[in-house]
Design a protein around this ligand. Structure first.
Ligand code: 4GO
Length: 228
């Protein structure tokens, strides 16, 4: 899968994509992540990419020219045309595991990270195909949000998670939060592991885990149970 990320700050996330499970997927060739500096497409003599908003108001906006030129340059690069051109913004569709799973089935994604007060609306009206939010809060720029979406979808691509990790015990699987887990030692600072987990009775263990999931979800996220 090819993912082109357009940002003013590619170095914010270059290290992120080189580490751990994502780093391994990149090395294996499962993920082809391409970071681009939007400033490379500016035609302004001072290399500016921002300008003041019509109608007044505080802050600056990213102008349409460099952003649209950047998108047009990368959306067909690499052979496969982009399936989606995604803009990360607080007013986008909320990111969920289900949305990430849908995106994980695409071949080529382009992600646009905004800065300042955002981007000229005409970019959103013409070249953006999807707007996604990683939560109800505002960030200084969308680069970290793009990295979050990539992380979340990448771990749902077959072959990305190795033996040390799996999707089955995740929170939100089955619309429930995850159950508590324990590893060695059996007693840590006087706190024992729940005996059922040492019983070897897999049916009992499954029942206990389900119970724990329901209890925790009821306590912390009753909204998930109402939707279930
Ligand atoms: C995305 C981008 C929040 C999100 C952003 C989010 N803040 N909740 N900030 O996914 C335009 C200028 C958007 C800064 C950007």
């Amino acid at each position: 899968m090819q993912i082109d990320i357009l940002t003013l700050f590619p170095e914010m996330v270059r290290g992120f994509f080189g580490e751990s499970i994502l780093g391994r997927a990149v090395k294996n060739g499962i993920l082809d992540i391409r970071l681009h500096d939007i400033r490379d497409w500016t035609k302004d003599k001072h290399r500016r990419v921002d300008d003041r908003p019509f109608g007044g108001g505080a802050g600056m906006l990213m102008a349409a020219q460099p952003v649209v030129d950047a998108i047009e340059a990368v959306k067909t690069a690499g052979g496969v045309p982009a399936d989606e051109i995604i803009y990360l913004c607080p007013d986008g569709e909320p990111l969920t595991n289900d949305l990430a799973r849908e995106l994980s089935q695409k071949k080529h994604l382009v992600m646009l990270s905004g800065h300042y007060e955002g981007i000229d609306q005409r970019i959103r009206d013409t070249v953006i195909t999807r707007e996604i939010s990683i939560g109800d809060y505002v960030l200084t720029n969308g680069t970290i949000a793009a990295a979050v979406v990539v992380d979340c979808l990448a771990r749902q691509i077959p072959g990305v998670l190795g033996e040390e990790n799996s999707l089955t015990g995740d929170s939100f699987n089955d619309r429930l939060l995850s159950y508590p887990q324990y590893t060695r030692p059996e007693i840590f600072r006087g706190m024992p592991v729940p005996p059922v987990l040492l019983s070897g009775n897999h049916a009992e263990i499954q029942r206990w885990r389900r119970e724990q999931q329901l209890k925790k979800t009821q306590e912390r996220r009753p909204d998930l149970l109402e939707r279930k």
